[in-house]
Design a protein around this ligand. Structure first.
Ligand code: GTP
Ligand code: MG
Length: 197
Protein backbone atom coordinates (compact mmCIF):
# COMPACT_ATOMS: atom_id res chain seq x y z
CA UNK A 1 0.00 0.00 0.00
CA UNK A 2 1.79 3.11 1.24
CA UNK A 3 5.09 1.28 0.87
CA UNK A 4 4.89 1.80 -2.88
CA UNK A 5 7.22 4.24 -4.50
CA UNK A 6 5.94 7.81 -4.80
CA UNK A 7 6.66 9.29 -8.20
CA UNK A 8 5.89 12.69 -9.61
CA UNK A 9 3.56 12.20 -12.52
CA UNK A 10 2.14 15.51 -13.77
CA UNK A 11 1.59 19.16 -12.88
CA UNK A 12 -1.35 21.17 -14.15
CA UNK A 13 -2.14 24.86 -14.02
CA UNK A 14 -5.16 24.50 -16.29
CA UNK A 15 -7.72 21.73 -16.49
CA UNK A 16 -6.78 20.83 -20.06
CA UNK A 17 -3.46 19.55 -18.78
CA UNK A 18 -4.92 17.20 -16.16
CA UNK A 19 -3.62 13.68 -16.82
CA UNK A 20 -6.15 11.03 -17.91
CA UNK A 21 -8.18 9.86 -14.90
CA UNK A 22 -7.05 6.25 -15.03
CA UNK A 23 -6.42 5.67 -11.34
CA UNK A 24 -8.31 6.23 -8.12
CA UNK A 25 -7.21 9.52 -6.57
CA UNK A 26 -6.87 10.95 -3.09
CA UNK A 27 -6.39 14.72 -2.99
CA UNK A 28 -4.99 16.98 -0.29
CA UNK A 29 -6.41 20.48 0.04
CA UNK A 30 -6.16 23.34 2.47
CA UNK A 31 -4.74 26.75 3.16
CA UNK A 32 -1.18 27.59 2.25
CA UNK A 33 1.29 26.38 4.82
CA UNK A 34 -1.20 24.03 6.50
CA UNK A 35 1.14 21.10 5.83
CA UNK A 36 -0.25 19.37 2.71
CA UNK A 37 3.07 18.54 1.11
CA UNK A 38 4.57 17.49 4.45
CA UNK A 39 1.66 15.14 5.04
CA UNK A 40 2.13 13.48 1.65
CA UNK A 41 5.74 12.92 2.55
CA UNK A 42 4.93 11.56 6.00
CA UNK A 43 2.22 9.21 4.72
CA UNK A 44 4.54 7.70 2.14
CA UNK A 45 7.71 7.99 4.26
CA UNK A 46 9.33 9.45 1.19
CA UNK A 47 10.83 12.81 1.95
CA UNK A 48 11.91 15.04 -0.88
CA UNK A 49 9.53 13.84 -3.58
CA UNK A 50 6.99 16.49 -2.69
CA UNK A 51 8.51 19.88 -1.99
CA UNK A 52 7.67 21.65 1.26
CA UNK A 53 8.46 25.20 2.20
CA UNK A 54 8.30 27.88 4.86
CA UNK A 55 7.17 30.28 2.20
CA UNK A 56 3.41 29.98 1.73
CA UNK A 57 2.07 29.47 -1.76
CA UNK A 58 4.92 27.37 -3.05
CA UNK A 59 2.64 24.84 -4.70
CA UNK A 60 0.76 26.83 -7.35
CA UNK A 61 -0.24 24.01 -9.64
CA UNK A 62 -2.07 20.76 -9.05
CA UNK A 63 0.60 18.10 -8.70
CA UNK A 64 -0.19 14.47 -9.42
CA UNK A 65 1.95 11.71 -7.88
CA UNK A 66 1.65 8.02 -8.54
CA UNK A 67 1.93 5.82 -5.49
CA UNK A 68 2.73 2.54 -7.13
CA UNK A 69 0.64 1.37 -10.09
CA UNK A 70 -2.79 1.68 -8.46
CA UNK A 71 -3.19 5.01 -6.72
CA UNK A 72 -2.70 8.67 -7.48
CA UNK A 73 -2.03 11.22 -4.74
CA UNK A 74 -2.84 14.82 -5.58
CA UNK A 75 -1.34 17.90 -3.97
CA UNK A 76 -3.76 20.79 -4.53
CA UNK A 77 -2.42 24.36 -4.47
CA UNK A 78 -2.87 26.11 -1.14
CA UNK A 79 -5.18 29.07 -0.80
CA UNK A 80 -5.65 32.11 1.33
CA UNK A 81 -2.20 33.47 2.02
CA UNK A 82 -2.42 37.18 2.74
CA UNK A 83 -0.61 38.55 -0.27
CA UNK A 84 -2.43 36.55 -2.92
CA UNK A 85 -3.90 38.89 -5.49
CA UNK A 86 -7.51 38.74 -6.57
CA UNK A 87 -6.57 37.22 -9.96
CA UNK A 88 -4.59 34.51 -8.18
CA UNK A 89 -7.62 33.69 -6.07
CA UNK A 90 -9.87 33.47 -9.13
CA UNK A 91 -7.44 31.26 -11.02
CA UNK A 92 -7.16 29.00 -8.00
CA UNK A 93 -10.94 28.75 -7.66
CA UNK A 94 -11.39 27.93 -11.32
CA UNK A 95 -8.69 25.25 -11.25
CA UNK A 96 -9.87 23.51 -8.09
CA UNK A 97 -13.49 23.72 -9.19
CA UNK A 98 -12.64 22.06 -12.50
CA UNK A 99 -10.70 19.43 -10.60
CA UNK A 100 -13.51 18.60 -8.17
CA UNK A 101 -16.12 18.64 -10.95
CA UNK A 102 -14.35 16.52 -13.51
CA UNK A 103 -12.20 13.88 -11.80
CA UNK A 104 -14.13 10.66 -12.03
CA UNK A 105 -11.51 8.75 -10.05
CA UNK A 106 -11.51 11.16 -7.10
CA UNK A 107 -12.27 9.02 -4.07
CA UNK A 108 -11.62 11.44 -1.25
CA UNK A 109 -10.38 14.91 -0.53
CA UNK A 110 -8.45 15.33 2.69
CA UNK A 111 -9.17 18.90 3.77
CA UNK A 112 -6.33 19.93 6.05
CA UNK A 113 -7.02 22.41 8.84
CA UNK A 114 -4.31 23.85 11.05
CA UNK A 115 -5.23 22.80 14.58
CA UNK A 116 -4.11 26.11 16.01
CA UNK A 117 -6.13 28.30 13.64
CA UNK A 118 -9.21 26.24 12.82
CA UNK A 119 -11.57 26.73 9.87
CA UNK A 120 -11.49 29.94 7.88
CA UNK A 121 -13.95 31.33 5.31
CA UNK A 122 -11.98 29.91 2.38
CA UNK A 123 -12.15 26.44 3.92
CA UNK A 124 -15.91 26.81 4.15
CA UNK A 125 -16.06 27.91 0.50
CA UNK A 126 -14.24 24.75 -0.52
CA UNK A 127 -16.58 22.67 1.64
CA UNK A 128 -19.57 24.26 -0.11
CA UNK A 129 -18.05 23.39 -3.46
CA UNK A 130 -17.48 19.78 -2.48
CA UNK A 131 -20.98 19.51 -1.05
CA UNK A 132 -22.37 20.81 -4.33
CA UNK A 133 -20.50 18.20 -6.37
CA UNK A 134 -20.97 15.44 -3.80
CA UNK A 135 -17.25 14.94 -3.39
CA UNK A 136 -16.44 12.92 -0.29
CA UNK A 137 -14.10 14.81 1.97
CA UNK A 138 -12.53 14.27 5.32
CA UNK A 139 -11.10 16.83 7.71
CA UNK A 140 -7.51 16.33 8.86
CA UNK A 141 -6.27 18.53 11.70
CA UNK A 142 -2.56 19.21 11.17
CA UNK A 143 0.44 20.27 13.27
CA UNK A 144 -1.04 18.84 16.46
CA UNK A 145 2.47 18.94 17.96
CA UNK A 146 2.18 22.73 18.22
CA UNK A 147 -0.96 22.71 20.39
CA UNK A 148 -1.78 21.30 23.83
CA UNK A 149 -3.76 18.03 23.63
CA UNK A 150 -6.74 19.65 25.35
CA UNK A 151 -6.87 22.29 22.60
CA UNK A 152 -6.61 19.63 19.89
CA UNK A 153 -9.66 17.92 21.40
CA UNK A 154 -11.53 21.20 21.67
CA UNK A 155 -10.82 22.07 18.06
CA UNK A 156 -11.93 18.62 16.93
CA UNK A 157 -15.23 18.95 18.77
CA UNK A 158 -15.87 22.39 17.38
CA UNK A 159 -15.31 21.25 13.79
CA UNK A 160 -17.34 18.05 14.19
CA UNK A 161 -20.21 20.23 15.39
CA UNK A 162 -19.85 22.39 12.26
CA UNK A 163 -19.96 19.36 9.97
CA UNK A 164 -23.02 17.67 11.43
CA UNK A 165 -25.38 18.92 8.75
CA UNK A 166 -22.99 18.25 5.86
CA UNK A 167 -23.76 15.31 3.60
CA UNK A 168 -20.40 14.68 1.96
CA UNK A 169 -18.22 15.02 5.06
CA UNK A 170 -16.80 11.69 6.15
CA UNK A 171 -16.30 11.17 9.87
CA UNK A 172 -14.25 10.71 11.91
CA UNK A 173 -12.04 13.68 11.77
CA UNK A 174 -8.34 12.76 11.77
CA UNK A 175 -5.54 14.45 13.71
CA UNK A 176 -1.93 14.34 12.61
CA UNK A 177 1.53 15.71 13.09
CA UNK A 178 3.87 15.16 10.19
CA UNK A 179 6.67 16.22 12.50
CA UNK A 180 6.20 13.66 15.27
CA UNK A 181 4.31 11.11 13.19
CA UNK A 182 1.30 11.15 15.52
CA UNK A 183 -1.87 9.97 13.77
CA UNK A 184 -0.09 9.18 10.52
CA UNK A 185 -0.58 5.44 10.77
CA UNK A 186 -4.32 5.80 11.44
CA UNK A 187 -4.73 8.09 8.47
CA UNK A 188 -2.84 5.62 6.29
CA UNK A 189 -5.27 2.87 7.32
CA UNK A 190 -8.28 5.03 6.52
CA UNK A 191 -6.94 6.05 3.13
CA UNK A 192 -5.89 2.54 2.19
CA UNK A 193 -9.51 1.51 2.72
CA UNK A 194 -10.72 4.39 0.59
CA UNK A 195 -8.52 3.31 -2.28
CA UNK A 196 -9.17 -0.38 -1.55
CA UNK A 197 -5.76 -1.56 -2.55
P1 GTP B 1 1.68 25.26 0.29
O1 GTP B 1 2.35 24.36 -0.69
O2 GTP B 1 2.23 26.63 0.35
O3 GTP B 1 0.18 25.30 0.10
O4 GTP B 1 1.96 24.70 1.77
P2 GTP B 1 1.73 23.22 2.31
O5 GTP B 1 0.34 23.10 2.85
O6 GTP B 1 2.14 22.20 1.32
O7 GTP B 1 2.69 23.21 3.59
P3 GTP B 1 4.11 22.47 3.76
O8 GTP B 1 3.93 21.00 3.84
O9 GTP B 1 5.05 23.01 2.76
O10 GTP B 1 4.50 22.97 5.24
C1 GTP B 1 4.56 24.34 5.58
C2 GTP B 1 5.44 24.52 6.81
O11 GTP B 1 4.86 23.88 7.95
C3 GTP B 1 6.84 23.91 6.65
O12 GTP B 1 7.76 24.75 7.28
C4 GTP B 1 6.72 22.59 7.40
O13 GTP B 1 7.96 22.14 7.91
C5 GTP B 1 5.77 22.95 8.52
N1 GTP B 1 5.01 21.75 8.99
C6 GTP B 1 4.32 20.89 8.22
N2 GTP B 1 3.75 19.92 8.97
C7 GTP B 1 4.08 20.18 10.26
C8 GTP B 1 3.80 19.52 11.52
O14 GTP B 1 3.10 18.51 11.62
N3 GTP B 1 4.33 20.11 12.64
C9 GTP B 1 5.09 21.23 12.59
N4 GTP B 1 5.54 21.72 13.74
N5 GTP B 1 5.40 21.86 11.43
C10 GTP B 1 4.89 21.34 10.27
MG1 MG C 1 2.71 22.36 -0.69
Amino acid sequence: AFRNKLEFFAAAKISSSFPPPDLPEIAFAGRSNVGKSSLLNALTRQWGVVRTSDKPGLTQSINFFNLGPKLCMVDLPGYGFAYAKEEVKEAWEELVKEYVMTRVGLKRVCLLIDTKWGMKPRDLELIDLMERYETKYQIVLTKTDLVFPIDVARRAMQIEENLKAKKSAVQPLMMVSSKTGAGIRSLRTVLANVARF
